[in-house]
Design a protein around this ligand. Structure first.
Ligand code: CMC
Length: 421
């Protein structure tokens, strides 16, 4: 194994180099402080590998995304269901026929929530964001199920999250809760529980189910992003899976992360309502004195294109064509993308549309309300979070996550001196 050399105050230190299965190189600095007295400083962790992982591989320069080695494009275009892909992410291999049947049975068996938990929905004030409800309900599940049963809870969380999400929506519109239907796929059940009514026949339209399946798979995992790192950070303290996932949902809610999908649609609506001048928004995004950012643009890892956004852009056309919907927001989005992609600011900073740029247009076409977009992202990301928690628990390198800091505050001073002055 090669080593890296570090010279600090004229003294040379050797640090081991770690190479991943795709040739990624990391300098192992676990002994840095004990050897040199110094720490590494990396605000935002842009250069920090926090673990070894075998779940997802991303090459941000080449626009590659693979789950357990399988390219995202192949998974999306296959006959695999979202539950199959979840199994793959969590357990590492495609399920065989028996595993598929067993997992599918467990998903169905666990898909309702404790009847007592239904009462919780009555007590959120109207207008409570469904991400807040999803996170709070997730944490509350720790009171209903054995917290030490990680393997059982992985299945419970995956199966019940969609039910909680749909109930939050039903409550917000004052309609009765609908139980999931065993014959439905995961994606179909989300739509069924959101849009079916006890007094009407409702068959989930296949095109909507397919579009939602695709969106869920595309969001399945994305290695050490903010919410997934939250799962690992919170879980590293030894707390239970419900607590870790509840925290991850909160991290995802932020507008720089999963919350961007809601922000994108609101931005496009704003542009439409103000006469459609998208150039003005590009200028605002470039203005150093304006905090505005073009939502749905840019990514910490992708510096060429986001493969998920490419799939989604094409799907937008197909889904809207199929449904006979002409959404002016899609035209605005395409114009905005075109202007930004030819603008030197965006070119130099390597800012491209990310997964959140086009996903909202499809969610909207499916009839999903704007404040549920990030919830849909959370449902898609659930297997990724669960896979990372499980991997972390089985990893002998796992220690409590506890970064250090470089203190830049006041030197020692004394209360008595200040009082005297
Ligand atoms: N619009 C305008 N300028 C931008 C944008 C944007 N969307 N994104 C980055 N920049 C600029 C930024 O101002 C900075 O300029 P300078 O170097 O002059 O200070 C430069 O590009 C680098 O930005 P950064 O904030 O240091 O980059 P980052 O890797 O820390 O942040 C990001 C990545 C995704 C948070 C950021 O690009 C952003 O805020 N995008 C908009 C929000 C968004 O779409 N988020 C969804 C991300 S993908 C899905 C997910 O993670 O959930």
């Amino acid at each position: 194994m090669s080593t890296a050399k570090l010279i600090l105050d004229g003294q040379e230190f050797e640090l081991p180099v770690v190479v991943g299965s795709e040739g990624e190189v990391g300098i192992d600095i676990t002994s840095l402080r004990s050897k040199t007295g110094a720490i590494s400083l990396d605000p935002g962790y842009g250069n920090t590998g926090a673990c070894r992982s075998s779940i997802t591989y991303i090459d941000g320069e080449k626009g590659i995304l693979r789950y357990r080695g399988y390219p995202i494009e192949e998974l999306v275009n296959s006959s695999l269901s979202f539950v199959d892909v979840s199994y793959l992410l969590i357990y590492g291999e495609m399920p065989d026929a028996q595993q598929k049947a067993e997992f599918s049975y467990l998903m169905t068996r666990n898909s309702t929530i404790h009847e007592g938990m239904k009462n919780f929905f009555d007590h959120y004030p109207p207008g409570t964001h469904p991400m807040a409800i999803l996170s709070a309900m997730m944490a509350s599940m720790s009171g209903y199920y054995p917290t030490e049963d990680d393997e059982g809870n992985i299945v419970r969380i995956l199966a019940k999250a969609k039910t909680i999400a749909a109930y939050a929506y039903k409550k917000s519109i004052g309609e009765p809760f609908m139980y999931p239907v065993p014959k439905n796929s995961y994606a179909a059940n989300i739509l069924y529980m959101m849009f079916a009514h006890p007094r009407e026949e409702y068959e989930v339209p296949e095109v909507l189910e397919k579009a939602l399946r695709m969106l869920l798979i595309l969001h399945g995992d994305h290695e050490q992003n903010c919410s997934t790192s939250t799962v690992r950070m919170v879980g590293s303290s030894g707390t239970n899976l419900f607590a870790s996932i509840s925290a991850a949902i909160m991290a995802l809610w932020g507008p720089l992360h999963g919350g961007a999908n809601q922000q994108v649609i609101e931005m496009l609506e704003h542009i439409r309502d103000n006469g459609g001048d998208y150039r003005e928004y590009v200028d605002k995004a470039k203005d150093k004195d304006d905090p505005f950012r073009l939502m749905g643009f840019g990514h910490r890892v992708y510096k060429n294109f986001d493969p998920r956004a490419q799939i989604l852009k094409k799907q937008c056309d197909d889904v809207l064509d199929y449904l006979g919907i002409q959404d002016p927001l899609l035209d605005i989005a395409k114009h905005l993308e075109d202007v930004a992609l030819h603008d030197s600011y965006f070119i130099e900073k390597k800012l491209y549309p990310n997964v959140d740029f086009y996903s909202g247009i499809i969610y909207k076409a499916l009839g999903i309300p704007t404040d549920m977009f990030t919830v849909m992202f959370a449902l898609g990301r659930m297997p990724g979070w669960l896979a990372h928690f499980r991997e972390m628990k089985h990893d002998h390198d796992t220690r409590i996550n506890r970064p250090r800091q470089i203190y830049i505050g006041a030197g020692e001073r004394h209360v008595s001196e200040d009082l005297a002055g």
